[in-house]
Design a protein. Structure first.
Lengths: 347, 328
C-alpha cells in the first residue's frame, strides 16, 4: 500500500533516477474534511471529504500530474502538501521529516523549500507592488541576499530567467499580460530555490501559445534546478504531456496512478478510461465518448459507503462496489501502475 | 449561402481609447453566421474577438469603445442603425450573450431562479407562475441537477459549471436566434464545457438557434463548431468550415495554434511547441502583415504590404501571401 521508502520498479527513459531513495514528499492516508452547513443541497453529512485518505509520493526532480474534474479535491490536496491547509487525518513527510503537526513558526524556514503557483496570477499578486517588489519580497523574507545590490541582481536575474525583459521591473500587475503575470508568480516561487512546487492549474487562464511557453519554462527550470512539481490540472492530455507520473483523483481519492504514457495508453480504472476517451482532441471526425453524466450531484458531502465512482460506473457490481471502498494497489506486472477498482480493466 | 445567413458582419471597425488616441482593436472584420450554425471566433487574448462580439450587441460604449464603421445585419436589419431603445428589444431576445465570468454577471442577492424568472417576465411577458415553471424547465434542459432546488439557490452556492449553465438558461429564456458565448472554456474544465456545448448542440437541432462561440481552444472548435473565423491583431486572418480548417490551415498563424495544442499521441517529448514572440501593440502597426514578425514563413513582401483576406477555395478565406505553401 503506502510504501514510504518506495523505490520505483520501472523507469521511463528521461525519468529522474532515484539517487536518493526516500521520496521528497510522502503522504499517508491524508484527509481533509470541511464542515458544511446543511441546506439547499440536502447535505446529510456535516463534513465534506475534500481529500479522503490519499497516499502519494513525489520524488526529487519529478513532475507528478494530478488530474480530476472541478471539485474533486485536487486543489485542496495541493494546498495540504505545502501545509496551507491543516489535514484532518494522516501524515505529510517532507524530506524525511513528518511535518503534520509542525507549528507555523517551525514551518517558516521550510517554506522556502516548498512553494505554490496558483491558477490566477493577477489575483495572487498584490496590485500595489511592482514586479521588482513582488520578486524581491520572496528573496527578502527568506534572507537570500546579503546586500541591496545583491538583492537587486537576484531580482533582475530571475526576471530574465523567466523570460522577461528588465523593463517590466517597474510595472504593476495590471500592466502585465496574463502570461507575464504568471511568469512573475513563477519567479516569486522559484527565486527562493525550492525543492517542491505545487502548480495549481498554472495555465488554465492562458492562451494555448502562452500555455506552451509557461509549461516549457517550468520544464527548463526543473532540469536546471532539480525541482519536483505537483502539476494540478483538469486537462489530462496536457498533464500527461509534461508529467513523469500522473495521478487521477475522483471525489477526494486517488483512483489510479501510473507513468504518464502507461496511464494514457492503458487506463485501468473505468473513470480514467472515460477521461481518456472523452478528452477533447483535434481530430474532427473522431467520435468522442461522452463522460458518463451523473444527474444526481456527485457531492463529496455524501460519502458513499463504497467506491466513489459507483453511480457513474459502467462496470459497477451491486454488492461489491457499493459496499466496499477499493484500495489503491499496484498491479503485479512491475510497471508501478496502481489502481483502486474492484474490477479494473485488463492491461 | 450568404443570403441565408442569420448574421452578416461586414467591415466592422471598433476602436477603444488608449494613451495614443483611438486604437482600432477590431479592424475591418467580416464574417457570416448561418442559421443553426455554430461559428467559432478564435484567437489569442487581445486579438479583438470579445470586442467583435460586444460590437454585435452594441455593448462597447461602457469600456469607452466606439463602433467606427461597418454593418452588423441580423436577418437583414443593420443593428448599428437601430436606436438604443430598439436595440434594447434585440438584446436578450433575438441576440443573447453569455459572458465569460458567470459570477460577475449573476446578481449575488437574488436566487438564480428569480433572475431567470425576471428575464421571462420582462422579455416574454409571462405571468410569475408560468415563468417559474419555464425557468425550472430551462435549468433541466441545460443539464442542471435537481432544477427546482437550483431555482431557489443563490449564485455563490453553485459551482462554476453550474453557474455557467444557469447563465445559459437565462440567455435561452429569451429564445434567441443567436447565442453569443464569450470564452466559456476559461472558467470551466474541458469536460464540463463539452457537456454544456453538447446540450446546446441538441437544442440547436430543435430550435435552429445559431451560436457564435468565442474561444481560444481549438479542441472545442474541433468538437463543436461548424465554421471557424480566426482573428489576429484585430483582423480576420483565416475563415473556413471547421473540418476544412482542421484538416489543412491556409495561414501560418492558424498552423502555429494547431501545433500548440497538446495531443495524446505524442507523449515522448516533454516540451510543447509554441509560437515565438507576442502579438503586436495595435497602436504601432506597420504597413505589412500583422503576423509577419512572428511568422516562420515570412518573406520581404510580408513586412511591406498587408495581404487581403482572399478566397482560397470554396467557402474559405485566408490573409496570407503564401497561403498555398502552408505545410499540412
Amino acid at each position: 500500500m503506502s510504501d514510504v521508502a518506495g523505490v520505483p520498479t520501472a523507469l521511463e527513459p528521461g525519468h529522474p533516477r532515484p539517487d536518493r531513495p526516500p521520496p521528497l514528499v510522502v503522504t499517508e492516508s491524508l484527509s481533509k474534511h470541511f464542515p458544511v452547513r446543511p441546506g439547499v443541497l440536502r447535505v446529510a453529512s456535516p463534513f465534506a471529504r475534500a481529500v479522503d485518505g490519499v497516499s502519494i509520493r513525489v520524488r526529487y526532480g519529478e513532475t507528478v500530474g494530478l488530474v480530476g474534474e472541478s471539485g474533486c479535491g485536487k486543489s485542496t490536496l495541493g494546498r495540504l502538501l505545502v501545509r496551507l491547509v491543516e489535514p484532518t487525518v494522516g501524515r505529510i513527510v517532507f524530506e524525511g521529516r513528518d511535518l503534520t503537526r509542525w507549528t507555523e513558526d517551525a514551518l517558516r524556514p521550510l517554506r522556502r523549500r516548498m512553494q505554490i503557483v496558483s491558477q490566477n496570477p493577477t489575483s495572487s499578486l498584490n496590485p500595489r507592488m511592482t514586479v521588482r517588489d513582488l520578486v524581491g519580497e520572496a528573496i527578502r523574507i527568506h534572507k537570500l541576499a546579503r546586500s541591496r545590490a545583491q538583492e537587486s541582481d537576484r531580482i533582475v536575474k530571475w526576471v530574465e530567467r523567466v523570460g522577461m525583459r528588465p523593463a517590466v521591473l517597474d510595472l504593476h500587475p495590471h500592466e502585465l499580460s496574463a502570461g507575464q503575470a504568471q511568469r512573475v508568480a513563477i519567479a516569486r516561487a522559484l527565486s527562493v530555490e525550492p525543492k517542491f512546487v505545487v502548480c495549481d492549474e498554472p495555465t488554465a487562464s492562458l492562451d494555448v501559445s502562452v500555455q506552451a511557453h509557461i509549461l516549457n519554462l517550468l520544464v527548463d527550470l526543473q532540469e536546471t534546478m532539480g525541482i519536483a512539481y505537483l502539476l494540478i490540472s483538469h486537462d489530462l492530455v496536457l498533464v500527461s504531456r509534461v508529467s513523469h507520473r500522473v495521478a487521477v483523483m475522483y471525489r477526494g481519492r486517488i483512483v489510479e496512478q501510473a507513468f504518464a504514457k502507461d496511464l494514457c495508453l492503458r487506463p485501468l480504472h473505468p473513470y480514467t478510461k472515460a477521461l481518456v476517451a472523452s478528452a477533447p482532441q483535434l481530430d474532427p471526425g473522431r467520435i468522442r465518448a461522452r463522460l458518463p453524466v451523473a444527474r444526481a450531484m456527485p457531492s463529496s458531502a455524501l460519502p458513499p459507503s463504497g467506491c466513489g465512482f459507483y453511480e457513474r460506473c459502467p462496470r459497477a457490481a451491486a454488492g461489491t462496489c457499493d459496499r466496499n471502498v477499493p484500495i489503491l494497489e499496484e498491479i503485479p506486472d512491475g510497471s508501478g501502475h496502481e489502481v483502486a477498482c474492484w474490477f479494473p480493466a485488463e492491461g | 449561402m450568404a443570403d441565408t445567413a442569420l448574421l452578416r458582419v461586414r467591415d466592422l471597425v471598433t476602436s477603444v481609447p488608449t494613451q495614443q488616441g483611438a486604437t482600432r482593436v477590431v479592424d475591418g472584420v467580416s464574417f457570416d453566421v448561418g442559421r443553426a450554425a455554430t461559428v467559432a471566433l478564435v484567437g489569442e487574448s487581445g486579438c479583438g474577438k470579445t470586442v467583435t462580439a460586444l460590437s454585435i450587441l452594441r455593448l462597447v460604449a461602457s469600456p469607452g469603445g466606439r463602433i467606427e464603421s461597418g454593418t452588423v445585419e441580423l436577418d437583414g436589419v443593420d443593428l448599428l442603425r437601430l436606436t438604443e431603445r430598439e436595440m434594447r428589444g434585440v438584446r436578450g431576445r433575438a441576440v443573447a450573450m453569455v459572458f465569460q465570468e458567470p459570477m460577475t454577471s449573476l446578481h449575488p442577492c437574488h436566487t438564480v431562479g428569480w433572475q431567470v424568472r425576471e428575464s421571462l417576465t420582462v422579455h416574454r411577458r409571462m405571468s410569475r407562475g408560468q415563468a417559474r415553471a419555464r425557468a425550472v424547465e430551462l435549468f433541466d434542459r441545460v443539464g442542471l441537477p435537481e432544477p427546482s432546488t437550483i431555482y431557489a439557490t443563490y449564485p455563490h452556492r453553485l459551482s462554476a459549471g453550474q453557474r455557467q449553465r444557469a447563465m445559459i438558461a437565462m440567455a435561452l429564456a429569451g429564445e434567441p436566434k443567436l447565442l453569443v458565448m464569450d470564452d466559456p472554456t476559461s472558467a470551466l474544465d474541458v469536460n464540463t464545457q463539452s457537456q454544456v456545448l453538447e446540450y446546446l448542440g441538441d437544442l440547436q437541432e430543435s430550435t435552429s438557434m445559431s451560436i457564435l462561440l468565442i474561444t481560444h481552444d481549438l479542441r472545442i472548435v474541433a468538437e463543436h463548431a461548424s465554421d471557424v473565423v480566426v482573428m489576429y491583431a484585430g483582423r480576420v486572418v483565416e475563415s473556413a468550415s471547421a473540418p476544412d480548417l482542421l484538416a489543412r490551415q491556409r495561414h501560418p498563424y492558424t498552423r502555429g495554434m494547431m501545433e500548440c495544442v497538446p495531443r495524446l499521441g505524442s507523449l515522448s517529448h516533454r516540451r510543447l511547441l509554441a509560437i515565438e514572440g507576442v502579438a503586436p501593440v495595435l497602436d504601432h502597426v506597420g504597413p505589412g502583415c500583422r503576423f509577419a514578425e512572428r511568422c516562420p514563413m515570412r518573406v520581404d513582401r510580408c513586412a511591406q504590404e498587408e495581404p487581403e483576406l482572399a478566397a482560397v477555395g470554396p467557402g474559405r478565406w485566408a490573409r496570407c501571401w503564401r497561403h498555398d505553401e502552408v505545410p499540412s
